[in-house]
Design a protein around this ligand. Structure first.
Ligand code: PMP
Length: 406
């Protein structure tokens, strides 16, 4: 039964980008723009097969800090169980505002949200009108399409390709048209691991000024920049001061993705407007958990820096997957490696992932899940390395017999 189920799930997972509804079903037309969430189905199928999960970005490493968990238990027991300040816990906004390289005014510029996902939804709903276009770098974090569709906006994609996975300035400029309202960037980037440079930010700022655009900057992986690199936030670029909406969270930095504590940072006038949407849409992020994060004393990162450990995991993962011939690009940040199939290139990325899971028990994410056209082969896979070190040991052992198909 389990085998039957998992085979069936495999058949459905990550395929073709079918919308979640069809024209005959009730529901708004924008639902038709949202592809089925292939990644979670895939991971479920892999689990049924007993595969080690290097597909999903759900943090397995670092472990959540004990101080936060203790504070969460205390917050619940102490009676912090009702609605709170809709802008977000004041202590948390203050700590967060101070933690940024360019500090933010916690009252005027920082709002606590339901994760980065919640912040992104608020930003899009607050910035775009139906039919407006959003420029998105492809490959991209797959749920972006759902948020963009929910705002009845239209995505315009700019390809970043191997081996460097950087976008081209001319292509970015060409994606901007009369209906463009914003550029959506993600640094460090999921899935490519690329980190925006000062020069790239200058290009983005120039385009935003020239075409009067906003930039929405997803910085959920800000804590993870490697090799002595630096995370540059949109908020660190003076020319973008009034044009940037920065979103992020504690999901990955402190490995508490289930707590749903994120933030949105924007200039004061925009913040005032966006808070109205945040309140109407969500009623705020979980109150006791906001308090727990604030009181842990770990927001600014002085006593909490999992980056060296993550860098070691990155290097180990690069070694494991390069030794079987995959062409891995070194990620400069984030929690993922993109790997071109190289000697396995005769296989479609989806079949390769399926073979690895079914025959060897190692689950990766097929690259096509991060592309606008899921029906075409992407030629790459994504490897998540924010996992317990033992996962990589297991994967290495299991991959020992991997060979290209003849
Ligand atoms: N943006 C990107 C690029 C992500 O990878 C993720 C999580 N995988 C999110 C947003 C969502 O993060 P959160 O848990 O803070 O909603």
């Amino acid at each position: 039964m389990a085998a039957h189920n998992s085979a069936q799930r495999w058949a459905n997972a990550g395929r073709g980008g079918q919308p979640v509804t069809d024209a005959a079903l009730p529901g708004a037309r924008r639902l038709a723009q949202i592809p089925a969430d292939g990644l979670s189905e895939l991971v479920e199928a892999g689990r049924l097969m007993g595969a080690v999960d290097l597909a999903l970005g759900s943090p397995g490493w670092p472990r959540p800090p004990k101080a936060m968990i203790d504070q969460a238990c205390a917050a619940l027991r102490d009676g912090n169980n009702q609605y709170g300040d809709m802008r977000g816990n004041g202590e948390l906004r203050a700590a967060l505002g101070q933690s940024f390289r360019t500090p933010a005014d916690p009252d005027a510029e920082v709002t606590i949200t339901v994760g980065t996902a919640g912040a992104l939804a608020v930003a899009l709903l607050g910035l775009v009108d139906p039919g407006d276009e959003i420029v998105v770098v492809e490959p991209f974090f797959e749920p972006y399409l759902a948020s963009i569709a929910a705002a009845s906006a239209v995505p315009r994609f700019v390809r970043a390709g191997p081996p460097g996975w950087r976008w081209d300035v001319t292509a970015l400029a060409a994606a901007i048209g009369p209906r463009t309202r914003a550029i959506l960037v993600n640094t460090p980037h999921n899935p490519t691991g690329q980190v925006l440079t000062e020069h790239e930010w200058a290009v983005i700022a120039e385009l935003c000024e020239r075409h009067d655009l906003m930039v929405i900057s997803d910085e959920v992986y800000a804590a993870y920049v490697y090799d002595d690199g630096t995370h540059i936030s949109a908020a660190d670029v003076p020319a973008l001061r009034d044009r940037a909406v920065v979103v992020g969270s504690f999901s990955k930095s402190h490995a508490i993705s289930g707590w749903r504590i994120g933030y949105l940072r924007a200039a004061p006038a925009l913040t005032r407007a966006l808070r109205g949407i945040q309140t109407g849409l969500t009623g705020g992020a979980p109150v006791p958990l906001q308090q727990a994060v604030a009181r842990s004393g770990l927001v600014a990162g002085q006593d909490w820096d999992p980056r060296p450990e993550l860098q070691q995991l990155r290097d180990r993962a690069l070694h494991v997957f390069r030794s079987v011939g995959l062409r891995c690009t070194v990620p400069r940040g984030g929690c993922y490696i993109v790997a071109e199939l190289g000697p396995y290139g005769r296989e479609d990325c989806q079949s390769f992932v399926r073979r690895l899971a079914a025959d060897l028990g190692v689950l990766l994410a097929p690259g096509r899940l991060f592309m606008s056209d899921r029906s075409a082969d992407s030629g790459f896979v994504r490897i998540a390395f924010n996992k317990p070190p033992a996962y990589l040991d297991t994967a290495q052992g299991r991959l020992a017999t991997l060979e290209p198909l003849r």
